[in-house]
Design a binder for this molecule. Structure first.
Ligand SMILES: NC(=O)c1ccc[n+]([C@@H]2O[C@H](COP(=O)([O-])OP(=O)(O)OC[C@H]3O[C@@H](n4cnc5c(N)ncnc54)[C@H](OP(=O)(O)O)[C@@H]3O)[C@@H](O)[C@H]2O)c1
Length: 226
């Protein structure tokens, strides 16, 4: 597939590298291509700038948000939650029915770390995105774990779960087949149904952050014990 990833952070970089190994054509979107390529500093979590990853993976294209979606079969939204709607709005025209994977979390860092959520419990960022773009099929996925586990669930000692939520069944199926190819087994993939399930997937973030603080690392994931 031609996959466009909107976002140059650690999620965008991790998904790009993994999906490239699965023979997809990858384009990454950013605000300003030149400015992004000249960044040399590590991000707030010590991750290297995208220029290093692009040098190591020359088949991955970097384009402006607007230009990056041309010819895409699938778009992955991987930007700061605060700007998720604006970034999707600033991207080029997307055809009706296109699947958009939403990896974002509605994190509010205005009072420092750990962040709170900027959404109310009766909605979710994914639902707000879906409402804003009713012609697109938003599928929430990946937001409940670190990017290292998204692309390599086997780094954990035992199996864990990945969740999928979205209104369109075919789009959920597309995402489920993609994550299966990425290494998630059928039993680990949990289809939660329509996009309102994103409320719980986003509201679990305060718990994830507290576990992260308590452990001091992000090498864990949620698992449904039966
Ligand atoms: N980090 C993780 O492991 C992880 C795990 C699960 C979910 N998530 C969620 O996934 C999303 C991506 O996380 P991340 O850590 O990879 O990256 P991030 O630092 O949250 O976001 C980086 C991206 O946001 C864009 N951005 C920032 N401010 C902007 C603005 N004012 N206008 C337009 N674009 C702006 C940046 O654009 P430029 O390219 O132009 O700089 C960049 O592409 C977030 O919503 C995060 O909560 C992260």
């Amino acid at each position: 597939m031609n996959i466009t990833i909107l976002g140059t952070g650690s999620v965008g970089q991790a998904l790009a590298k993994k999906l490239l190994t699965l023979d997809n054509n990858i384009t990454i979107g950013t605000r300003d291509v030149e400015a992004t390529l000249t960044k040399t500093e590590l991000d707030g979590f010590g991750n290297p700038p995208i220029s290093k990853m692009l040098t190591e993976n020359p088949k991955i294209q970097l384009r402006s948000f607007k230009d990056s979606v041309a010819g895409a079969d699938l778009v992955i939204l991987a930007v700061s939650g605060r700007v998720a709607i604006d970034v999707l709005a600033s991207s080029g025209e997307l055809p009706a029915g296109m699947t958009i994977i939403d990896t974002t979390n509605p994190l509010d860092f205005s009072n420092g770390f750990p962040p709170s959520l900027f959404t109310e419990s009766t909605t979710s960022l994914a639902e707000q995105i879906q409402e804003k773009f009713p012609h697109l099929n938003i599928v929430k996925c990946f937001n409940t774990m670190s990017n290292a586990i998204m692309i390599n669930p086997q780094i954990l000692d035992e199996s864990s779960n990945i969740f999928v939520a979205g209104n369109d069944e075919k789009s959920r199926d597309l995402v489920k087949s993609l994550i299966f190819e990425m290494g998630w087994s059928v039993g680990e993939i949990v289809d939660l149904g329509d996009i309102t399930a994103a409320r719980g997937l986003e509201m679990i973030m305060p718990l994830w952050l507290r576990i992260f603080q308590s452990r001091g690392d992000a090498n864990f994931n949620f698992k449904i014990a039966e």
